[in-house]
Write a protein that binds this ligand. Structure first.
Ligand SMILES: *Cc1c(COP(=O)(O)O)cnc(C)c1O
Length: 377
């Protein structure tokens, strides 16, 4: 089975990890700081805070922004559940807003309609690896005094009008899960230019304690203070060492993702029933996912049939995502329902994610395109 996504780990990565395992610092050590510096430099921002997962990063962001009971955060439904769950962790209310039908990205015009006196933040999701329209979102957030958070878990290496994903919102979140562009096994980070928000998130990932083990060791002191309620969201030094090694290969990997996307684009150009999502001309796409709509007039639920046929032929397609507001937990506990985001719901019935990862070979790629075209013609 050709999977839809796969990590690439080579001997350099393995050496980077084992070197740390032989060192004195397995966690809160120098590699964490180094990885944070490398990430911030890569996207061109001031601060990066590395944590144990993308979900932990989203939670840190919601805490830093001050999300609490009675506060609303506007989120799109075409995303992984964690984008909305992080609002619930803080006792806040996620308010779902519909997406643009061409790109499936959050639609700034729809966002404005959802703003109330209780709204404090907007989370934009760079779905599939394409940055949202940050100029429009930023203007809207400035006008209403809202914090703009980017869930850029799909978009490491992407650009919007020449600016890097990770530098486009007030707080920018990444994940280093193995299906993402670079991996640390599990891991995540928040990137910001705001020193106060960065400091709040550093506290939050370490129980709300004002110094970490490394700082106390350097100061030769046992004294510490817990000044806030936090969690243990720390990431280890061997994970960060892997992250540093992986980051050095990112640009090359994204180039390969572009080659794959171009091959798909041309293979499907003459197939009216296979419609790739729109890509705006002002972005450099990171292609975490290559998503198409399957839309033939032939049958209802055609996507579901095609999904099974492709899987049976060894092509590991997937569906990203079940709109978050349709999950049973959201419907029964948060009161969301079908009809809330019609564009997202319509898209959900048609989308398929095709295999997309840097080590996908040309032969495998040909197998995917020819099988897909054959099934749909
Ligand atoms: C992967 C992902 C997350 C969560 O990241 P984890 O590291 O798996 O916790 C959040 N949002 C989006 C859009 C993601 O793709």
């Amino acid at each position: 089975m050709i999977p839809y996504g796969r990590q690439s780990v080579d001997q350099n990565d393995i050496d980077a990890v084992t070197e740390v395992l032989r060192s004195d610092w397995l966690t809160t050590g120098p590699r964490v700081t180094e990885f944070e510096r490398a990430l911030a430099d890569f996207v061109g921002a001031a601060y990066a805070v590395a944590v144990s997962s993308g979900t932990a990063a989203l939670h840190c962001a919601m805490h830093a922004v001050g999300i609490a009971p009675g506060v609303e955060v506007i989120v799109p439904p075409i995303t992984f559940a964690a984008t909305a769950n992080c609002v619930l962790y803080q006792g806040g209310t996620p308010v779902f807003t519909d997406v643009d039908s061409g790109t499936l990205l959050i639609d700034p015009l729809q966002v404005e309609k959802k703003i109330t006196p209780r709204t404090k933040a907007v989370i934009a999701v760079d779905y599939a690896g394409q940055p949202c329209d940050y100029d429009a979102l930023k203007a809207l957030c400035t006008r209403y005094g809202l914090t703009l958070v980017a869930d850029s878990c799909h978009a490491l290496g992407a650009k919007y009008k020449g600016r890097s994903a990770g530098s486009l919102a007030d707080l920018n979140v990444f994940s280093f899960h193995p299906v993402k562009h670079i991996t640390t096994g599990e891991g995540g980070a928040i990137i910001t230019n705001d020193p106060e928000l960065a400091a709040k998130m550093r506290l939050f990932r370490n129980h709300g304690i004002s110094t970490d083990h490394h700082q106390r060791e350097l100061q030769g002191s046992w004294y510490y203070e817990m000044v806030d309620l936090g969690y243990n969201y720390r990431i280890t030094d061997f994970q960060c060492s892997l992250g540093i090694s992986q980051l050095s290969k990112l640009a090359k990997w994204i180039e390969r993702r572009h080659e794959i996307a171009q091959t798909y684009d041309s293979a499907f150009a003459a197939q009216p029933s296979i419609c790739p999502l729109e890509v705006r001309s002002d972005v450099y796409h990171a292609y975490h996912l290559y998503v198409v709509r399957v839309q033939s007039a032939r049958a209802d639920r055609e996507r579901d049939t095609v999904f099974v046929k492709l899987r049976n032929r060894g092509i590991g397609v997937n569906v990203h995502y079940i709109p978050v507001h349709l999950h049973p937990y959201y419907q029964s506990r948060i009161g969301t329902h079908t009809g809330l985001c019609p564009v997202a719901e319509e898209a959900y019935g048609k989308i398929l994610s095709l295999p997309m990862f840097p080590t996908l070979t040309d032969d495998e790629l040909t197998r995917v395109t020819s099988t897909f075209v054959e099934i749909l013609s």
